[in-house]
Design a protein around this ligand. Structure first.
Ligand code: CDP
Length: 783
């Protein structure tokens, strides 16, 4: 690899994000910035009921409103065989309701009008006859005898159960528990939360009636996969569909699913011969689009008397909402949850999971996490801290005793993962040192004597990212491999086309840096294109921290392919044999005669002007990368809190985050990703939660009810890094985008529990509002 010189600013340099230039100037190109000639506007009527039979819809008053062009109903969609669509999990989902509504906020009808205000006003004039039905808002209710059947349209579906899934060795795990000196258990619920991207979802569908070409500008993290699904849903030939995902104002998993709005807008454009724009309002986004989490979990650790872990048993009930719609590898119904053994050397483990339909919006998106790893990480890190206290060992000591050690990698976990690399002790040592752990424990003991409740919480998490190897990872049968296409122009400037889709992570900067390191072309001379299915190679998109492990690898590999050809061109220009040519930092030199040199730019020019006989002209190529394994970033987070026992208010004094994502392409961007993730982790631990009342009304439809942390509440973060390269990744990088959200909630909660443990508090479910903390203290006091 070329040296990462100051001049070239490849891997390891904190290059400023090229994207920011247009964003800071307000010159980004988001969906709502788009205006096409003759464009119409769509608004969606959503159900006020969570479960209700649809007896009829009368659109006549709405249709009479000035500016209204059409009212689209489920019946109309059914005439075109579009009333239902497949989900990314192989289930089906109603596009517009034909039989009954199954969650509050479900799409019932759509109005197409000449302006957005007429479209919205007309919604109130659609008369719908609903007949309310019994409502199910939890997996426990869903499983209860006599529960209302939510998916009665599905042939053979007689209850609300979706799947049962298991991993690990049940027999061996049961044996470990039978022989255990001690068993520690924890019941916990990871509440439903919302990714809440700044920009809501939307699209502009433009179907050309003359050519049949459908161009759909869309807020999508996975344009290629969406195009394939669209082709399957609409029957349109795939080459006639172009999905363009322009600038995205955040995604966080919320922009992975196919939403009915996209399908209805496309159908309306097809039927009306005009482009149709649909933009969600904030409350629609919060009520009806991809939620995350909602896992009710039970975990047990089998332990020897000295604190050695010998087995792990976890069972969970997943609230999937009314349609099982989250995109995740099809082999794993609960994503990669079986990483629940975390950073620990557990000889046996068994995980079982049951999914249920409820009268809630479909959820389970990979919200800043690799397919349910956040839930898993939370479970094990909470359980480990409680186990340490039950046994009477300091939680840091307890982790150290049970960590997978550095020399055990590659390590085969009890639930089937092969961890590529790790140094858990190294990350924890650094975090403990940075936070001043030993001193803090002394201060904590002193403070307790004065009646002050200080808590120190740790989380030593392991992420698993980069899905994935084709053998095990696909979504709807589409293998999770990704591509990069690189073309170097005659003047030595380049264009890199990637299958991932940046939503604020800075791919236009970091992927150019990978090419810069491999080829010695400066990042500013490399344009990175993404998000347009006609102009980028196929791939499954950006979520679950998969871009660096997959597309980053493809980028390095295609650069190497071009470097090999450029070496041939350099040999031709230097009139030496290829074996005599060396490469470093964008220069090909003759071995032993470093003054005889040509640059990568010279070689590129020769590829179009002066190439040897028998060689094809040009300098371009494409690579699809099939990763040999996932990558396993990790870290240790340490949080210090003080809890006011009188009020339950807790505040964060310190937050130290040590992350290891292997080689950092752009350390500044990595730190930005970690800051974002820590902030989200704090929000989930402290204040974010979408609740539902017993009638299925969603409480959390606006940012007054759904509390996102602002700069006011968010604590200061102190970051640290260790570097353990992934041995199989071409540049040794592991993904990082989600790690901090995965790792941090447990650290915050553990800190509060640490403060309250001596009072007898063992567990509080997130979010830890002051009211809940106060109640837990009172309950513990009452015995
Ligand atoms: O898939 P997503 O882009 O969300 O996640 P990622 O692959 O973890 O990358 C997030 C951002 O951090 C991208 O801009 C990466 O290129 C960058 N990154 C990095 O600079 N070094 C790493 N080792 C990992 C990610």
């Amino acid at each position: 690899m070329a040296a990462e010189t100051e001049e070239i600013r490849g891997i390891g340099h904190s290059v400023r994000r090229v994207e920011d230039d247009r964003f800071i100037r307000g010159a980004g190109n988001f969906i709502d910035d788009m205006h096409l000639p003759g464009m119409l506007y769509m608004a969606i009527l959503r159900s006020p009921y969570a479960h209700a039979k649809l007896n009829g819809i009368d659109p006549s008053r709405a249709q009479a409103l000035e500016g209204v062009i059409a009212v689209v109903t489920g019946e109309l969609m059914a005439q075109h065989n579009l009333a239902w669509m497949p989900t990314m999990s192989g289930d089906t989902q109603a596009v517009l309701v034909t039989d009954k509504v199954r969650f509050q906020g479900q799409e019932v009808a759509a109005v197409i009008a000449t302006d957005p205000f007429a479209a919205t006003d007309a919604l109130e004039l659609i008369d719908v006859d609903y007949e309310p039905l019994g409502v199910v808002v939890s997996p426990q209710q869903a499983a209860a005898a006599g529960a209302p059947l939510i998916r009665d349209e599905k042939e053979g579906q007689t209850d609300n159960h979706i799947y049962h899934w298991e991993a690990g060795d049940q027999e061996a795990t049961d044996a470990a528990f039978a022989q255990a000196d001690r068993v520690v258990s924890l019941d916990t619920w990871y509440p439903r939360s919302h990714p809440s991207p700044l920009e809501t979802c939307g699209c502009v569908a433009d179907v050309n009636p003359a050519t049949g070409q459908a161009t759909i500008y869309m807020t999508s993290q996975a344009p290629h996969a969406i195009r394939t699904v669209f082709a399957l849903v609409t029957g349109l030939p795939e080459e006639k569909i172009r999905i363009v995902s322009p600038d995205l104002g955040g995604g966080f998993g919320n922009k992975v699913p196919v939403y009915p709005g996209y399908v209805v807008a496309t159908a309306a454009s097809l039927l009306l011969g005009h482009p149709v724009k649909w933009i969600e309002e904030r409350s629609e986004n919060l009520i009806s689009t991809g939620f995350a989490r909602d896992y009710h979990m039970h975990g047990e650790l089998a332990l020897k008397a000295d604190g050695t872990m010998t087995g792990l048993r976890v069972s969970l009930d997943a609230d999937e909402g009314a349609f099982f719609a989250d995109a995740q590898p099809s082999k794993f119904k609960v994503g990669l949850f079986h990483i629940v053994s975390g950073s620990y050397d557990l000889p046996t483990a068994h995980v079982s999971a049951d999914g249920y339909y409820t009268n809630k919006a479909p959820g389970g998106v990979a919200y800043r996490c690799s397919f349910r790893v956040t839930e898993a990480s939370y479970m094990i890190e909470r359980l480990v801290q409680n186990a340490a206290y039950e046994i009477g060992i300091d939680p840091a000591e307890f982790r150290k005793k049970n960590f997978i050690e550095k020399d055990q990698f590659p390590y085969k976990s009890a639930t089937g993962f092969e961890y590529d690399s790790g140094d858990y002790q190294g990350a924890m040592d650094l975090a403990l040192e940075k936070v001043g752990y030993d001193q803090l424990r002394k201060e904590q003991a002193e403070a307790r004597k004065e009646g002050r409740l200080i808590g120190i919480g740790l989380a030593s998490f392991t992420e698993v990212v980069g899905a994935g190897p084709h053998k095990d990872y696909d979504i709807l049968g589409l293998k999770m491999n990704d591509g990069a296409e690189l073309r170097i122009h005659p003047t030595g400037k380049a264009i890199l086309k990637i299958s991932s889709k940046t939503q604020g992570q800075g791919h236009e900067t970091t992927f150019a840096q990978i090419v810069a390191s491999e080829l010695g072309i400066q990042p500013e001379d490399i344009k990175v294109m993404h998000g347009d299915t006609d102009n980028t190679p196929y791939g499954l998109g950006t979520y679950a921290s998969r871009s660096t492990p997959t597309v980053g690898a493809a980028t390095a590999m295609v650069s190497r392919k071009l470097r090999d050809k450029a070496r041939k061109l350099a040999a031709h220009l230097l009139e030496v044999s290829e074996d005599d040519v060396e490469f470093e930092a964008g220069r090909f030199t003759v071995k032993g005669a470093p003054d005889k040199a040509v640059t990568i730019q010279d070689a590129a020019f020769a590829a179009y002007t002066n190439f040897p006989d028998g060689m094809e002209a040009g300098l371009e190529g494409v690579t699809y990368y099939d990763p040999p394994n996932l990558t396993f970033p990790f870290g240790t987070y340490a949080v210090v809190v003080e809890v006011d026992a009188e009020t339950g208010v807790w505040k964060v004094d310190r937050m130290v985050a040590v992350d290891d994502c292997g080689v950092r392409i752009n350390p500044m961007i990595v730190e930005g990703q970690i800051h974002g993730g820590l902030c989200e982790g704090f929000g989930i631990a402290a204040m974010e939660q979408i609740t539902f009342d017993e009638e299925g009304n969603c409480i959390g439809a606006n940012f007054l009810d759904y509390l996102l942390p602002t700069a006011w509440e968010t604590p200061r973060f102190e970051l640290g890094a260790t570097v353990t390269p992934s041995p199989h990744h071409p540049i040794g990088a592991k993904g990082v985008g989600e790690s901090a959200t995965v790792g941090s909630p447990a650290a915050f909660v553990n800190a509060v529990i640490d403060a309250l443990w001596p009072l007898g508090v063992r567990n509080i479910d997130m979010p830890l509002t002051s009211g809940k903390v106060w109640e837990a203290i009172q309950a513990a006091k009452a015995g």
